[in-house]
Design a protein around this ligand. Structure first.
Ligand code: 2NL
Length: 341
């Protein structure tokens, strides 16, 4: 009997389990009701009484060995199955791209504009968005009864008629003129405010860039050449430039700046209302009153100035038809722009 136990013990030890089928075969061969271990337990009845105790102990060792092997390989196959499930992912699929932010189109265009003027020797100037009447209106030669000074056009702070949100960045340039001596060549990009209802074409917050050049013998020819160079750099060398007589309180003479329509190249389309030209801003020779207000001798010095709307230029450049897109922060709109400057 002990020999038989030893034989089955060796069989159990040597039994190869490498698949789930062979694991089941192992169970049937040794542990099932008709298995070899069970059969040996049946034979225990025939063992003489005085040997039963020792043989029984050996049989128990045999049974435990068989069950331990069965349990071990059951676990091995279960673990392999769960690993297969997680590695069932397709590792050759392309990764999910990193969603980096992009520059806002208005920032990109402002950057492009300022870089062009910086290459021409302009520096950048900044000033407060909450301004007093002097810097926003009076120093700029606005008459006391000018409509821009009305509540419906300008945002005043706490009903104080002396403090308002700046309506243009000319206020920054007044501060530059007051604090620096000519020659002055400065560019003031910034946020400005007007009391307007929001629509596709108007907003109460928008962006401007204004330029100012003051020196001896500055003429309208200097203004024309500077803007000519800017327009070619910004919109391409085939873009045409046109000055149209206009009026501003702070310049004399004054002119609107038109460029040939970027969409139809001057042929006539919806964007340019079939005129072939689109306005990008205004300009002129700084009114002598404005120079004197900033304590600059208007007999010795002259200057030119210009102002452009950043939204307007961005809309022309990228064919954006609704101003509200700039402030809605819809990522489908924003992610179309990448900064290459
Ligand atoms: C426009 C017109 C303009 C100026 C801005 C200016 C500044 C000083 C003195 C004189 Cl300190 N002028 N700025 C001059 C002409 C036109 O802006 O259409 N802007 C969007």
């Amino acid at each position: 009997m002990l020999d038989k136990i030893k034989g089955v013990s060796e069989e159990i030890e040597q039994f190869q389990i490498d698949t789930k089928d062979s694991l089941e075969k192992f169970r049937l061969t040794f542990i099932s009701k008709k298995g070899k271990v069970t059969e040996l337990f049946d034979l225990l009845k025939q063992v003489p009484n005085e040997e039963k105790r020792a043989v029984g102990a050996e049989l128990n060792v045999l049974k435990n060995a068989a069950q331990a092997k069965l349990l071990h390989f059951t676990e091995v196959f279960e673990q392999a199955a769960s690993q297969n499930a997680s590695s069932g992912k397709d590792l050759t699929l392309p990764g999910i791209p990193d969603l980096n932010g992009t520059r806002h189109p208005l920032s990109m265009v402002r950057e492009e504009i300022t870089q062009i003027f910086e290459r021409m020797g302009f520096n950048l100037s900044e000033g407060p968005e909450i301004e007093d009447d002097w810097h926003n209106f009076t120093a700029l030669n606005f008459p006391l009864n000018h409509p821009a000074r009305e509540m419906q056009d300008t945002f005043f702070i706490e009903k104080n008629p002396d403090i308002a949100l700046r309506t243009h960045t000319s206020s920054v340039q007044v501060r530059v003129m007051e604090s620096q001596k000519p020659p002055i060549r400065t560019l003031s990009p910034g946020r400005v405010y007007r009391n307007e209802a929001i629509s596709a074409r108007a907003h109460c917050v928008f962006h401007q860039v204004e330029g100012l050049y003051i020196d001896e013998n500055v003429s309208f020819a200097d203004l024309k050449q500077t803007l000519y160079h800017f327009v070619k750099e910004m919109f391409g060398k085939d873009t045409k430039l046109r000055f149209r007589p206009s009026f501003f309180p702070f310049t004399e003479p004054s002119a609107e700046i038109d460029i040939s329509c970027l969409i139809c190249k001057g042929e006539g389309c919806n964007i340019c209302k079939h005129s072939g030209w689109v306005e990008i801003g205004g300009s002129g020779m700084v009114d002598p009153n404005v120079l004197e207000n900033a304590k600059i001798d208007s007999k010795k010095y002259s200057g030119y100035a210009f102002g452009m709307g950043i939204e307007r230029i961005t809309m022309l450049k990228y064919q954006i038809k609704d101003l509200r897109l700039f402030t809605e922060n819809d990522v489908r709109f924003l992610k179309q722009f990448t900064f290459l400057g």
